[in-house]
Design a protein around this ligand. Structure first.
Ligand SMILES: [Mn+2]
Length: 321
């Protein structure tokens, strides 16, 4: 699919991604927004996202991101949903999706149910940024667009480390490097750099971590009280589950933190192929990828962790792991 073919007869376009936008979501949305502005200046284009992490504020047009006005009764010629596995994860932007004349979904979530008119869903792809980037006319990709796309590729692949990284990923990243982006800065700024609050809440999470099933599973959680103690907010939780996963011998890591309403947001990471976390997360109303998934649960986090460990134990018993 070539994006120019989809755009050429459109007068108005809305772009949106999933709630609590991450690097791939922000990068793909802003990458496409900047591309349309450059290549199709006659199109009226808007990008709608929840407030983005400050980290991504350096990307071009980050200041142009809008919030949805659910009272506004307008119908875009095209609505592009990026990096979003289902309609509910679009949040308020679903309002414009439902009213749009045409809808396009570009995504790499395993759980994506192809909810648009046109769907380009590749669960094997490293990132939505790689997918949308490959739909663009190569010659039109300048350093501003490339920085957006590179950001999403870096964050979704853990700096080209996870198994979703393919030869095509490296080749496309190499192409983006040639546009003149400051790739060292991007990697450090969007992946490694942390706030002191992030490190402190990670310290608490690591301290509370417990191992199960002979160390194959590791899990931890932090309460709202823990977060208050170090001034941490949900945006400071990035990277904790991957750090837990890095403990030697770990096959699956779980991390939960308390939301303002008392529910818990959980994330899971797997190493190896013996478990499909997207399926496990779906059991609790969540979703994601085989090796990285998320969910939201009610109740006591410790007993929920026991449940997750029992699920993993059952899968391992069945598979003889
Ligand atoms: Mn993604």
């Amino acid at each position: 699919m070539i994006i120019d073919d989809v755009l050429k007869d459109k007068k108005s376009v809305a772009i949106a991604g999933h709630v609590r936008p991450d690097g791939d979501c922000v990068g793909s949305c802003l990458g496409l927004f900047n591309y349309i502005r450059k290549e199709f200046p006659e199109i009226e284009v808007y990008v709608y996202l929840d407030p983005i992490p400050k980290t991504f504020g350096f990307l071009k047009s980050a200041g142009n991101i809008r919030r949805v006005n659910t009272y506004e009764d307008r119908s875009f010629d095209l609505f592009v949903s990026l990096d979003c596995g289902d309609l509910s994860r679009l949040g308020d932007a679903a309002h414009y999706f439902k009213k749009a004349k045409h809808t396009l979904c570009v995504d790499h979530h395993l759980s994506n149910d192809s909810f648009a008119d046109m769907n380009f869903v590749e669960p094997e792809a490293s990132s939505t940024c790689e997918l949308i980037g490959n739909m663009m006319r190569k010659e039109a990709i300048d350093a501003d667009i490339a920085a957006c796309l590179y950001t999403g590729m870096v964050t979704d692949t853990g700096v080209f480390q996870y198994s979703c990284t393919h030869r095509s990923t490296m080749e496309f990243a190499g192409f983006l490097m040639d546009t003149g982006i400051d790739y060292s800065y991007i990697v450090d700024h969007v992946f490694f750099e942390k706030s002191i609050e992030s490190l402190k809440i990670m310290g608490i999470a690591i301290d509370k971590a417990k191992q199960y099933l002979d160390g194959k599973v590791i899990a931890s959680f932090v309460t709202g009280e823990d977060m208050k103690q170090v001034g941490a907010f949900p945006r400071h939780m990035e990277g904790i589950v991957s750090t837990l996963r890095s403990v030697r011998g770990t096959r699956v890591a779980f991390f939960l933190y308390e939301n303002l309403d008392g529910s818990y947001k959980g994330s899971a990471r797997a190493f190896g192929d013996d478990i499909n976390l997207a399926e496990l997360a779906a059991k609790y109303g969540g979703g994601g990828h085989a090796k990285a998934a998320g969910f939201t649960v009610q109740g006591d986090p410790e007993s929920f962790i026991e449940k997750l460990v029992a699920d993993v134990a059952a899968i391992y018993q069945e598979k003889n792991v």
